[in-house]
Write a protein that binds this ligand. Structure first.
Ligand code: HEM
Ligand code: HEM
Length: 75
């Protein structure tokens, strides 16, 4: 698979997992004290893991660019 394709998949996974992470957190809050809250908390944890993994790959795939933004000359 081309690096550009992987980079795109990782970035979109990151975006999707962030949306689901945020939505599930809001639902956990809204269903607080009910049995549904427990299920959503597990889903929230699952999206948290996906988000964390995607974050690591996202930074790795964009490392060169990130490094030049942080320390490099302003190209
Ligand atoms: C919810 C979190 C984030 C989302 C949804 C997101 C999404 C994206 C997308 C869609 C792109 C363009 C595609 C690509 O080049 O991969 C991108 C680029 C990039 N992201 Fe993120 N990103 C997130 C967080 C971060 C974080 C925390 C960092 C740095 C620590 C970061 C660093 C970068 C860099 C360096 C680029 C390349 C920019 C360029 O080419 O000038 N991103 N991001
Ligand atoms: C958009 C960002 C996030 C928001 C708004 C958010 C919000 C919340 C809230 C409100 C709770 C409390 C639920 C409750 O006990 O009633 C919670 C719990 C939790 N969050 Fe998040 N969270 C976010 C990101 C993450 C990430 C990135 C991870 C994992 C890496 C994560 C993992 C967890 C876990 C494991 C719990 C359960 C803690 C426990 O056992 O009580 N969250 N989150």
């Amino acid at each position: 698979m081309k690096t550009q394709t992987k980079r795109r998949i990782v970035s979109l996974t990151l975006l999707a997992s962030f949306v689901m992470l945020f939505a599930s957190a809001v639902i956990v809050h809204a269903t607080h004290g009910t049995t549904a809250s427990h299920t959503w908390l597990h889903l929230h944890g699952l999206f948290g893991v996906i988000f964390t993994l995607a974050s690591i790959y996202h930074i790795a795939y964009n490392w060169r660019t990130l490094k030049s933004h942080l320390f490099g000359n302003s190209k």
